[in-house]
Structure formats: C-alpha cells, structure tokens
Design a protein around this ligand. Sequence first.
Ligand SMILES: Nc1nc2c(ncn2[C@@H]2O[C@@H]3COP(=O)(O)O[C@H]4[C@@H](O)[C@H](n5cnc6c(=O)[nH]c(N)nc65)O[C@@H]4COP(=O)(O)O[C@H]3[C@H]2O)c(=O)[nH]1
Length: 552
Amino acid sequence: MLNCLVDLPAGRGSRRQRSGAALGADFGARGLNLLAAAVIAVLAPVTGYVGAETYLHYGLQQHLAATAELVVQRIDGSIDRASANLRTLAASPDDVCGPQARDRLRLLVFNSPVLKEVAVFGPDDRIRCSNNVDIMQMQTIGTMQPTSQQDIFLSIAVVPPTDRRVLRVIMRRDRQQAFGGLIPVELFVPSTMIRTGETGLGVQIEAGESVRMISEGFEGAENSGKDTRGAATSRRYPVRVLVAASGQVWRQAHSHVYLIAIAIAGAFGLLIAWLIVLNARRRGDDPIAGMQRALDRGEFIPYYQPIVDIDTGRICGCEVLVRWRKADGQMIPPGSFIGEAERSGFIFPLTLSLMRQAAAELGPSYATRPSLKCGFNLCAAHFQDDKIVDDVQEIFQRSQMHLSQVLLEVTERDALPDMDTARNIIASLQAMGVRVALDDVGTGHGGMSYLLKLGVDVMKIDKLFIDALGAERQSTAIVDSLIDLAAHLNMDVVAEGVETFAQVEALRRRGVRQAQGYVFSPPLPGSSFVQLVEAMEPAVTDSQPVKKALRG
Ligand SMILES: Nc1nc2c(ncn2[C@@H]2O[C@@H]3COP(=O)(O)O[C@H]4[C@@H](O)[C@H](n5cnc6c(=O)[nH]c(N)nc65)O[C@@H]4COP(=O)(O)O[C@H]3[C@H]2O)c(=O)[nH]1
C-alpha cells in the first residue's frame, strides 16, 4: 500500500560490505586541489622571473650607490694628492717659471700619480707657464669652487685640442701666484666601468652647481631609466657623483640570474604542486576523512521505514536508516559505510547527527501523536560508554520528540564486550523513558543470553526467519518460540523484512502486532514519512491525553 511513495531500494545491504563508490575520492575537492596544483606549477616560474627582476633591480641600485661612493673616495684621494703636489711646488724658493721651468713641471707631472698637467698662474689668473703648451688655451667652465682647505679651489676645465673635460685643482699661494693641476676623469672611474659597452655604466662628476664632466657611456646609460642611478657626495670637496647604468645591458650581463631563479622557483612550484596532489590523493583515499567531510556538509540523512500495526493497519512508528546522499545526488546505502564507521568510531557523531535530524524533522508530527515511536540503530560500542545516556537526554529533552518516543536498537549481530556495562546503560536509558530493542534477533552472538540479561523492551525478529515463516518448519518453530519467549519476558515483538501478505497473515495468526517491510513501505525520505504520518494518523489535539501518553 505504502510503497507507491518511493521506489523500492535494490535490496537489504550487508553491514560489513564496503563500497568503493562510497569510500572513494571526493572528486569536487580533488578537482579543486588539482586546479590549485596546476596554478602553482604555472605561476611558480613566473614568480621566479619577477623575483629575478626585483633582485637585479635592487642589486643594480646598490651596485650604483656603492660605485658612486667609490668614485667619490677616489676623487677625494686624488684631490688630496694633487693638493700636496701643488703645495710642494709652491714651497719652491725659486721662480718656478724661470729657466728649465718646463722640465721641472714635467718632472712633477711624471712623479705625480694624479696630475696630468701643471700650470703656474699670475696675479691676473693667466697662465704664466706650464708643462704643456696646449693647456695655455685651457678654459675654465663655471666658477672656481672653494673647498674646506682655504688655499685649494676646484673647477672643471676644457682642454684643447680634444675639448675633453678635466677636474682642475688650484692651490693659491697668495694674490700674486697660484698653481693649477689637471686630473682626468678616467682616474676616478673604476677600470671595469671604462668598458661601458660591457657593463652599461657611466659616471658624471659635478663640481659646483651645474658644471659637469662625464665618462664615456654616461648619456646612453642615463637615458635608459631614472631608477638606474646611484649618487654620492663628497664630505670634503664640492663634488657630487652620479653613476648611471643601462638596465637592459645590466640584465643581459646577468641573464643567468633569470635562469637560476626560474629554475629554482619552477622546481619549488612543482614540488608544492606534487605535495598538494599527494595530499589530495591521501585525503581522498582516507574514508574516515571523506565521511567526516560528508557529515560536515550534511550528506548523511535519515530515512524512515514505517512500522505498522498489522491488526489495525495504523502506523506505530518508524526505524531510522541512514543514507549517504552525495553532492551529485548519488545515494549510498548504509551497508557500504556503516562497518567502517563503527570500526573508526565515526559512528558516534553520525548517530548523534541522525538523532538531531530525526528529532527536528519528525518532532512537530510526533508531538501531537504520542503513541508513535522512532527507532535508532546503535552499535555494540554505544553500550560500552554511558555518554550515550547524556547525549540522548540532551538531544530529546529539548526536542518535540519525547524521550518516551525514542527506541534504541542494539543489534545481536555484534558481540557486546561487557554485558554488565551494557545492562547498566540500558537501565539508565529506560529510567529516562527510552525504550530499547534487541535487533536482528536469532542471527547473532547473543542467543538467549542477550534476551534474558539485557532487559530490553522490544524484540525485533530478523528477516531471515520471517522469509522462512510457514515454508520452513525449523525457522517457523524458532519464530514461534521467540514470540513465546517475548510474551513471557513482557516484550513487544516487531517482525522485520516482511515482504508478502502471506507473511503478514502468518504473523497476525501468531499474535505479532508490529511489522516493517517492503509489503508496507521501504524506508522513506523525511518529507514522505511526515506526509504519510499526517495523512494516516490523526493528531491528538487535547494536551492532557498527550501528556499522559508521553509520560507512558
Ligand atoms: N530485502 C528487504 N529489505 C528490507 C525490507 N524491509 C526493510 N529492509 C531493509 O532491511 C534493513 C533493516 O535494517 P537493519 O536490520 O537494522 O540493518 C541496517 C542496520 O543494521 C544498518 N544501519 C542502517 N542505518 C543505521 C544507522 O543509522 N546506525 C547503525 N549503527 N546502523 C545502521 O545497516 C543495515 C542495512 O540498512 P538498510 O540498507 O537501510 O536496510 C534496512 C532496510 O532497508 C524488506 O522487506 N525486504
């Protein structure tokens, strides 16, 4: 009658059976991980390239600043030496422009490591004599710059015939006489920089505000970008140095840095990507982690199989049977994962989740139908720790489904390691008003002892015996004696797996009141079961009978 509500499931699942589909990889999460791994693998070399760029940029800036400082030091040293040479000349008692003046000046230039030309100036600052006739036409550019030494002045001069610029150091002895020496720019520039084509470096030296001299290659380097400059200023002389470099030439000269950075970052990226894939695979292969994620996403849902009073045809309750509804809609039966859940302990959070969901889903209908019961499957481990007592109380005390409507099923298929603890837990549950059933009776470890010692309220006879009812003499006899025993122990009986009307008849003849099975209905989704209950079972509106019934 009821099985028109949903399609019949394929069949009764084995509890220990494990399905590859259920425990397999979570493809959504794995896909994301693979995508992340691919992105990292692609981005890593790009990061390496950007890193090399940044490294070379800052490296070049530091190099230019250090070079500018070096050039300033050389200039300071050269001016010091030139000043000392000129002072020696000024200290001469003879007239330096007298006979053999040129030889004397040439000897001075020869002995000086810095001076390339020397001249003696008269009161009108005109050259009186020099070691080289060419510099007689030398022109000063800009003004003479005073220095921290009172008698020493600096300027930049242009020397014919090549018009090259040189640094001129003047030592003024008195108003009548001054001595000048020329220092070429090349002397300040490190030898590697002179081959500007290789390094892309150039130097500009300023003596005073706007008077400059530059080394070969400076302009080309200067034009290649503002950020490729380094500057330094002398603390002793009015000299400022600017070093420029062509970033392009610099990068070309350091192309190996790109190769190394891209190779290292690429290898690192591949390693990370590989670790992500490995981790994703490991996580995907870990059934417990997969189930935990599924629980967090609410993929474990309760289905409800109606239990029917075969005398009246009314619904007396249901059994909660878990289903794993995957994100893609695939429905996994409990036989595929319950065994793993029980072995790993995942069964504890799973059971509590089902209880909470059932209480929320059925609570409103159950609140006005106090005779309805809701059975939950527990495993042997639940009866070894009395935490289940607190959990059940905590969940149902605050729900519309009353504790007296809760039926907890302990299966006989699994051995209970500690009968005394199990008995105490069952007693504590019963003290709260919860009823306890022994499930799968006749199939498992317990035999008579579970029925006699555990003190359960309900006996659920396994489908195995119901199938054989009337057809097999031995099984029929077992069912008869189980029903007899239940009556003696004051237990209710529920027949499981009832598939035919003949079985219903046979059970009714034997006085069995309650049954569940495909002949009535398969396990139903929550909304269908609620619809069924509300259509079949009238709600009790008067609160007094409800309260009385709920108190039991
Ligand atoms: N062929 C046939 N099968 C019928 C018929 N009527 C009911 N069944 C199926 O028989 C099983 C009855 O549950 P069970 O014996 O407690 O056996 C359950 C129970 O031991 C376990 N299980 C299900 N849900 C839970 C749960 O929430 N917790 C625990 N610990 N175990 C659960 O998984 C087992 C299998 O559950 P299901 O696949 O839902 O299979 C259910 C139900 O769908 C019928 O007329 N014919």
